[in-house]
Design a protein around this ligand. Sequence first.
Ligand code: C2E
Ligand code: MG
Ligand code: MG
Length: 749
Amino acid sequence: MTKKFYINTNIERIFSFAISLLIILVLNIILANTLLKKIQENVRATIIDNCDDQIEDYALAVNSKLKQLESRLDIFYAKIAYRDYSTNEIRKFLQNERDKINPPFDNIAYADKNGNSWNVFDEEYDVSDRKYYQKIISGETKFYVSNILESRSNGKSCTIFARSVYNNKTEIVGVLFATCPLNELSSYFDEIKRSESTRFIIRDENKRIISHYNKKWIGWVYSPYKYSDTVLRTSNGEFHVKDSITTDGEPAYIFYKEIDSAPWTIGYTVPKTEFTNVIKRQKAYHNFIIEIIVVTLSLILMLEIWIHRILERHQIISTHIDAITHLWVRSYFEKEANKLLKRYSNAKFLLIESDIRGFKFINQNYGENQANKMLLQFSKLLYENTNHYDGILCRGYADHFFILIKITSVHKAMHYFKKDLKIITEKSKQASIPFIPKFGLSFYLPNIKDEIQGIQLLITRASFAKSTIKENALQQFAIYDDRLLQKSKNENFIETHMEAALANNEFFVMYQPKVDLQSEKVVGAEALVRWQSPVLGYMPPNSFVPLFERNNFIVKLDFYVYEQVFKFIRKCMDNKEPTVPISVNVSRNHDKPDKFVHSFIALLKKYDISPTLIEVELLERATLDKNLLRDITIMLQKEGLRVAMDDFGSGESSLNMLSTIPVNILKFDRSFLFANDSENGRLDATSESFIETLVGLGKNLKKETIFEGVETEEQRDFLKKIKCDQVQGYFYSKPLREDDFMEFLKKHR
Ligand code: C2E
Ligand code: MG
Ligand code: MG
């Protein structure tokens, strides 16, 4: 028997999982991107903030530097202020001061009210056209720093630091001013400490560069073409970053700020590459995060597939493998069996269905645990004794097992089957709770034109064959053939017509007399049912009772028979006819002693029949329902009825039962009489001694003994000799219809 385990990767589930993973991945990337944008904005904001701080600091420093220069001018001024010096006196003073001038100043001059000026070199120029002169002399401002100018003294580019000069009436009488050459001034601003990478510029109102991190641009007009006039600090203090270019033409962002002490502007350029570098770093970081997400998700996917496989294997164990026996379950067996039948369509197969006799009772009486143990034992037996075949085995349901075997010939298959059967039977008897299995066989033979399409029909046939085995017979297996099929067709008909037949009174009772061997008188009779069907004709019970036992209709039919019997006795009594105890058969399907006895007694009372006029024949059954039989027996006896063990000796453990089930009568099975010598109608010696022992045993146990199936005088004589109490058989009479029985009784009572 090959045990195959089949792992079915549920591709669909993995596929849907992969799709959801993909969606998660895409969502993650979108999320990461928005995050990146946010980060970039933050970076820009941080850079801008940083630039803002830097430019503020620088502006402060430039302002303070300018203030220092203002104070230096003030030192000169202090010497002439409020003194009402004449122009000549001032000219002299200036000449004296010539040596005291320090860079970045290179000259100091004084302009009078008319715009005439004299410097430390006593050079005279008219400055009335200069803006700084006009601003101061008009009183508009006290101190002024000019844009870049060309010095009238030496022609160099310079800026002018100018302030008003007052007389002792605090009237503006002139302008004191110092010239500051551009190169000196730019060096002076270079003293402001700043990191090398900073790129500050100072421009005057005319966009000429006063200070630059690259000296070569000093004095040049720098006006980034696009945004030449943009002041990027708005009135509410916000910065606007604008695309622009550095003096070198490099794309850049430029931050501007006007300073307080001069009409100048401070610029701070940040090449765009600086932004992009940071952003690039951010992007790399972002990509790294995405990579991590992808790797993690892939790992999760792999983990999921792995777990899925494990779960699936587990699932297979629970869906394809039976938990109790560890064999395949039916659905999986059928799938595999159909594959085999398809693959080897020209091969022969044997399908065996097997179950345990009376398993229902085992379950009820021993409990589920014991029953499960038995199932396991049985499955092991089946497995061990069939595993050398090429085939498969499963537990179909309950105690039903299916085996499909590929065979070479029916003959060989039966030979081996019988051998295995022997072993299985032996071993099942030795089990802790002995059990008896039975088997149904069906063959798949491709050379015979068969309508078998798949395993299902083979199972149905084997199952049907098995169901034809009569419970109390020693038959252990049945093989499906067409006769059985015909029978099954009949059975189908019977099943569909049985209810109507009962209602139409198609069933009737015959009575077979029982004769007392000593007095040769009729002392009783057995009620036996018959069916006169308008379609199927006259039928003995063997052709329908086994079926009714399977479909449980026998329970109804039994009570129908009882009622007929009770009616008959009632009629006899009412007509003052003679009566004898009549025995009735009780099917093994009555599995609730209380219910059965209650209904039985109620019916008895309905017809007001004395219990002494009725005997009950119980069938000896498999080991399993001992308790049930005992209960029925005792309960019936309490009600005053006598109980017979029918077909005694045909079952497996009759003798064991004698001690536990206190029946009144032993009714020996007629199979004991089969071994008769046909020549003289006598039994052979061994049978005789065996029967004598059995009857003797019954006598010892104080049981009444009756033999059924007595057909010859010799048999009757022998039984009389060994003191068997009664006989029932064709020798005296076949079962008779009511009227005939009445006549027979009257004759022989
Ligand atoms: P059983 O209860 O053992 O009945 C005895 C059977 O042996 C009867 O067969 C009877 O006709 C037959 N018989 C009696 N003497 C001879 C003889 O000398 N030679 C031969 N060859 N046969 C003899 P029957 O009536 O066909 O009944 C067969 C079985 O059907 C019965 O066996 C009983 O188990 C069952 N049966 C019959 N009627 C009923 C019924 O009303 N209810 C139930 N549950 N089962 C019934
Ligand atoms: Mg009987
Ligand atoms: Mg019998």
